[in-house]
Design a binder for this molecule. Structure first.
Ligand code: HAM
Length: 448
């Protein structure tokens, strides 16, 4: 039967067979962020529309063309197109910016932008991002960039370039806008309609327009680096010095202006050429005016966000290692109700130690149960029938080698099984040099 309701264009289902890839990125990103002193924050999926208008900016593509906005009774809300605005709103609303600074928070969230879908560009996508509020020092810029790089390195992503730029502060921006207006004025009629308007309100946005003609016209536009004031210039030079001393390779790319209005001074992107046009896997920068703009104190801040889908496209392409998914450790094949009941009890015991145990809930015959155990890749099977119940002894079968070991169903059952299981897991680790199997047994650090 044909399904007549499909998922919306530009969205994806993340299926159980792929979820371990997401766990890998989330686990590594979280762990690295925590080593830099960041803690997780969770914010609402939707916010008042004017939060994004006032932060992301009225003249950006995101606000002008891409927001999912709904009217609910008298209010207007928008599905978050990014995580920074909501995070800063939450820091402000909950008084966290009155506490010890810097505040360092990270988030993993879905974002919504009504863009034209293509590989690596979705309408619902996911970001790992973070924000640090309180420091005006370029050392904070270096810290945040080094954090992003550590995540990419830990994920073993290769062939990725770091581009940095400075887009100045309102002081140098005013002079730069003037230069841009002069430059674009002569080609004004060729610009797209949105950019004609931007020429008056915010000419720097023309450099970020997705229209080919605007991009072509913008190619020889003046660059902001030539207009930086002394303070912004010194900030940028010091950042470069820090990056060099931390052995973080970078290229200055004066064409990076970012697509969101809140940025000041440092902006950066990590870009790969391996996945086509949507190669920016991480983007971020400093936004020293945003907190004040949203009604808070004059507190400088900065951050970045990585697109998780894009990271996974690169990781798949580069055959990066993922933390292996948990699969069935032991499958109990049962004959009759009493055997099923016993399998339930034994499964419960093993699961307390993080062992993945399954038994038949489909009422299948023993042959079909074994076939199923094979299909799901069970490491061991244990058959329980009348004989086993009578003697309180079961055979643990290693599905790979066929070897069988008898163990008693008594209060030592869990220990006996665990011995056999650990033996197998450690042997496998030796063979595969794959410590993730042990990770899977220990259920991560929590049960370690
Ligand atoms: P952004 O550059 O708009 O920055 O997005 C960050 C990352 O999200 C991009 O580099 C990309 O990997 C991913 N991304 C963006 N749009 C899409 C899409 N349509 N489909 C798939 N992935 C996408 C921000 O969102 C800022 N809030 C980052 C930031 C945090 N700046 C300071 N703090």
């Amino acid at each position: 039967m044909a399904l007549d309701i499909k998922r919306p264009n530009g969205t994806e289902d993340i299926l159980p067979k792929d979820i371990y890839k997401w766990y890998t990125v989330e686990k590594i990103a979280r762990e690295v962020a925590e080593t830099y002193g960041f803690s997780e924050i969770r914010i609402p999926t939707f916010e008042s529309t004017n939060l994004f208008q006032r932060s992301v900016g009225e003249t950006t593509d995101v606000v002008q063309k891409e927001m999912y906005t709904v009217k609910a009774k008298e209010s207007e809300f928008t599905l978050r197109p990014e995580g920074t605005a909501g995070t800063i709103r939450a820091l402000l609303q909950n008084g966290l910016l009155n506490e010890a600074l810097p505040q360092r928070v990270f988030y993993m969230l879905s974002c919504f932008r009504h863009e034209r879908p293509q590989a690596g560009r979705l309408r619902e996508f996911h970001q790992f991002g973070l924000e640090m509020a309180g420091s005006a020092s370029p050392s904070a810029d270096a810290e945040v960039i080094s954090l992003a790089k550590s995540i990419l390195d830990k994920l073993e992503i290769k062939n990725i370039e770091l581009y940095i730029n400075s887009i100045g502060c309102p002081v140098c921006r005013a002079k730069y806008h003037e230069a841009l207006r002069n430059y674009f004025e002569s080609r004004k009629d060729d610009l797209c309609d949105t950019c004609k308007d931007r020429l008056v309100k915010n000419p720097m946005r023309i450099l970020d327009c997705k229209s080919e003609i605007c991009q072509e016209i913008g190619k020889d536009a003046p660059i902001i680096l030539d207009y930086l004031c002394d303070e912004c210039s010194n900030h940028f030079e010091t950042l470069k010095k820090y990056l060099t001393s931390m052995e973080i390779e970078y290229k200055v790319n004066p064409r990076i202006v970012r697509g969101l209005d809140y940025y000041t001074k440092t902006v950066f992107e990590f870009v790969t050429t391996e996945i086509g046009a949507q190669g920016t896997v991480c983007g971020g920068g400093r936004y020293d005016g945003l907190i004040e703009q949203l009604g808070g104190q004059k507190i400088p801040a900065l951050g970045f966000a990585m697109g998780i889908e894009r990271l996974l496209i690169v990781m798949d392409k580069q055959n990066c290692d993922y933390i292996q998914p948990k699969t069935c450790d032991v499958y109990f094949a049962t004959m009759g109700d009493d055997a099923l009941n016993q399998a339930m009890i034994l499964s419960q015991q093993l699961r307390k130690d993080g062992i993945v145990a399954e038994f038949d809930v489909m009422g299948r015959g023993i042959k079909a149960q074994m076939k199923y155990a094979n299909k799901i890749g069970a490491l061991f099977t244990i058959v329980i029938g009348d004989n086993e119940l009578e003697n309180n002894i079961v055979k643990v079968k290693d599905m790979e080698t066929g070897a069988e070991t008898s163990i008693c169903i008594n209060d030592k059952f869990k220990n006996s099984f665990t011995d056999i299981y650990l033996d197998k897991v450690l042997n496998k680790m030796d063979e595969d040099d794959n410590s993730d199997l042990l990770f899977s047994f220990l259920g991560g650090e929590d049960n370690g």
